[in-house]
Design a protein around this ligand. Structure first.
Ligand code: NAD
Length: 249
């Protein structure tokens, strides 16, 4: 078991078809106790129940600093420590540059970028006290190649911001035994893109993916388990591509 006796927090983990829940399930199978954080409407308690009674579901909005701090405190009271944080919560919008409103910009950057900062701020003091921790941030191929398949330029900017934030935190906190890394998924079949890619576009998309399939949530979950685990104990500040070869660089 790669994560025996580890305690993990996963944001945006309540959607049963999403990357966050797949990661929660795989981390639990590897021995971790998991706290799933998500918005009230996503029902994180129900998602946690699917994993078993030792896991937690907590309502939290990552765009709200007080909400992040409250969630981290609840996890610390229940679990006693936090070894792993997966900053997974994110939203996307299909927009052209000239159509991005101020509200669009705020919505997309607040969840991915501000949320990654606020949740990291909420767990870092406890990790620093323990002198260990692994923070894994979910960025996107969209940050690296200037647009993925669906998200607008503000989504690319948010996810590129996550890469910069994670690398800077890795540099700052390595001395405290805390590792910070990113995954950059390509196109993964989840609710974020369900029904949004017309069949006639799929063929063209697959031609650009050497492994010739759209990714599954477990493809990303496996990489997050690796980064969170001691197998990756000399990795910090890295970006692990999980894109089937869509971007090779
Ligand atoms: P998803 O929509 O299933 O998951 C996103 C989750 O974030 C949802 O459960 C949602 O309720 C939650 N969330 C939204 N706003 C929140 C907030 N303010 N506070 C807390 N939780 C909030 O989609 P997914 O594909 O599983 O996405 C997970 C992550 O992976 C996102 O960051 C997404 O940008 C990223 N990503 C996805 C793909 C893909 O192709 N699916 C590719 C690259 C990156």
């Amino acid at each position: 078991m790669l994560l025996k006796d580890k305690f993990a927090v996963i944001t945006g983990g309540a959607g049963l078809n999403g990357l966050g829940f797949a990661t929660a399930r795989m981390m639990a199978a590897q021995g971790a106790r998991v706290a799933i954080l998500d918005l009230e409407r996503a029902d994180p308690a129900a998602a946690a129940r699917q994993l078993g009674e030792t896991h937690l579901g907590i309502v939290a909005d990552v765009t709200d600093r007080a909400s992040c701090d409250r969630a981290a405190q609840t996890v610390l009271q229940r679990f006693g420590r936090i070894d792993i944080l997966v900053n997974n919560a994110g939203i996307t919008q299909p927009r052209k540059t000239l159509d991005i409103s101020a509200a669009d910009y705020d919505a997309v950057l607040d969840v991915s970028l501000r949320g990654t900062l606020y949740m990291s701020q909420a767990v870092l003091p406890a990790m620093r006290e323990q002198r260990s921790g692994s923070i894994c941030c979910v960025s996107s191929v969209s940050a690296q190649r200037g647009g993925g398949i669906l998200g607008g330029p503000h989504y690319s900017a948010a996810k590129a911001g996550v890469l910069g934030l994670a690398r800077a935190m890795a540099r700052e906190y390595g001395v405290d035994g805390i590792r910070v890394n990113c995954v950059t998924p390509g196109l993964i079949a989840t609710d974020i893109n369900k029904g949004l890619i017309p069949d006639d576009r799929k063929k063209g998309i697959l031609e650009q993916i050497p492994l010739n399939r759209i990714g599954e949530p477990d493809d990303v979950a496996g990489c997050l388990v690796f980064l969170a685990s001691d197998l990756a104990k000399y990795c910090t500040g890295i970006t692990l591509d999980v894109n089937g070869g869509m971007l090779i660089h």
